[in-house]
Design a protein around this ligand. Structure first.
Ligand SMILES: Nc1ncnc2c1ncn2[C@@H]1O[C@H](COP(=O)(O)OP(=O)(O)O)[C@@H](O)[C@H]1O
Ligand SMILES: [Mg+2]
Length: 390
């Protein structure tokens, strides 16, 4: 079968792997939304445009001003607004971590990346899950990766043929977001990582591969998001060692809750073993967020309260609500931030976005706290937190 398959594959590529259109973003923003994202009032922006401090805005067929993502970047630059870190500061490396599958890790990674990008931050997403859901949401061309020797798997192979982490990075449809995609080969990497892992020095080196890769590019991005594999093997350890902070999604259901306690214990043990290998991690923050939460569901409200008691101030105030809009968007391989046209009703769409905005504003606030300079750059994110604790 393998022989036949290899013979067939070149034929298949000609027939099935036709070059297809890649995802394009056609997002535009009205003056109000643009001003919101920039962190200034619409009046201030109109004034700067009138004075010639900013380029003249585009005018739509309806006579209204509108802006593209690139325009927002230009305006921020012209007004001296730095939404992210200063160039000498390192990126925040945030893992959306929970060993359970189906709790919303990939969905959150994708939506958080898009949210941060809208706010003007430079984001790198590293998809460490062989299932590659996040890569699909970013429309990564798996066919092209098939023959590539510049993948995450090549970089993480203990006898790495690839030393330059930068080569694994690809552009996405979002101008300020890049991705290190997952590929088929990542599924086998665990095995290669375990084989021949003997001696303290060698194990240490193998736990630290991703961390050292990321350190090559840590000053070039504001936030690096890690979507972890579903189990805690060598690959999982690499994610834990590379992260500087964790966001843990937990569905507020009893079974998920018990597995989360188990997960916390597991994390604590993992951190201890990393410590034992002199790979000590001291996370700058850990935040738990209730995910896929519905207020009406039996017992979920009670579970949310128990979760809050357990996590205290490490728990985000707003839960991520279960939403048809998220479910349907993900099915169409996109996030709810990637279109202004609701899939469900307009009400569901707005409710969903407002909820995500609130949750992610809390996360962005924590991210900004990691950069001492942010208090000096004139960026004020308090307005983002306004609707807190809905
Ligand atoms: N807030 C939400 N509302 C509705 N569906 C959701 C939500 N979060 C996740 N889902 C759905 O749950 C499924 C699993 O989510 P996923 O992000 O792939 O989980 P994980 O990465 O943890 O395995 C997906 O089909 C996704 O559409
Ligand atoms: Mg996933």
């Amino acid at each position: 079968m393998v022989d036949n398959g290899e013979a067939l594959s070149s034929q298949l590529k000609k027939v099935a792997f036709r070059p297809r259109a890649r995802k394009k973003l056609e997002l535009t923003f009205g003056p109000g939304r643009a001003a919101d994202l920039i962190g200034r009032t619409p009046e201030a922006i109109a004034k700067a445009e009138a004075k010639g401090r900013l380029p003249q805005p585009k005018i739509g067929s309806n006579g209204r001003r509108y802006y593209t993502l690139e325009d927002l970047t230009l305006i921020r630059q012209a007004l001296g607004i730095i939404p992210g870190k200063q160039s000498h500061e390192p990126a925040v490396v945030l893992a959306v971590q929970n060993f359970k599958g189906g709790v919303g890790k990939s969905t959150i990674t994708k939506h958080l990346a898009d949210y941060l990008s809208l706010q003007g931050l430079r984001v790198l997403v590293v998809d460490c899950d062989p299932q590659a859901s996040t890569s699909s949401l970013f429309d990564v061309d798996q066919e092209a990766l098939w023959e590539s020797e510049e993948t995450l798997a090549h970089f993480l192979a203990p006898t790495a043929p690839l030393n330059d982490f930068r080569l694994t990075i690809q552009d996405t449809a979002w101008p300020t977001t890049k991705i290190v995609p997952s590929s088929l080969g990542l599924g086998e990497i665990e095995w290669h990582m375990v084989a021949g892992a003997e001696g303290r020095q060698e194990i240490m080196r193998r736990f630290g591969l991703l961390r050292s890769g990321i350190s090559q590019v840590r000053r070039e991005f504001d936030v690096i998001l890690l979507d972890p594999p579903p189990a805690m093997g060598f690959l999982g350890m690499n994610v834990m060692a590379a992260a500087t902070g964790l966001v843990i999604p937990v569905p507020a259901r009893q079974l998920d809750f018990l597995s989360t306690i188990h997960f916390m214990t597991n994390i604590a043990d993992t951190l201890e073993s990393l410590q034992g290998y002199d790979m000590g991690v001291n996370y700058d923050f850990i935040r738990v967020v209730a995910s896929n939460y519905s207020r009406s569901a039996d017992g979920e409200t009670g579970m949310l309260r128990i979760l809050q008691q357990m996590c205290g101030t490490n728990m985000l105030t707003n839960p991520i609500l279960a939403s048809e809009e998220i479910k349907n968007s993900v099915q169409e391989f996109r996030s709810v931030y990637e279109s202004d046209k609701p899939i469900s009703s307009h009400k569901t769409f707005t409710r969903c976005r407002d909820n995500l905005d609130l949750v992610f504003a809390e996360i962005l606030h924590v991210i900004r706290q990691q950069w001492p300079s942010t208090s000096l750059t004139g960026f004020d994110d308090r307005h983002l937190l306004d609707g807190e604790a809905a």
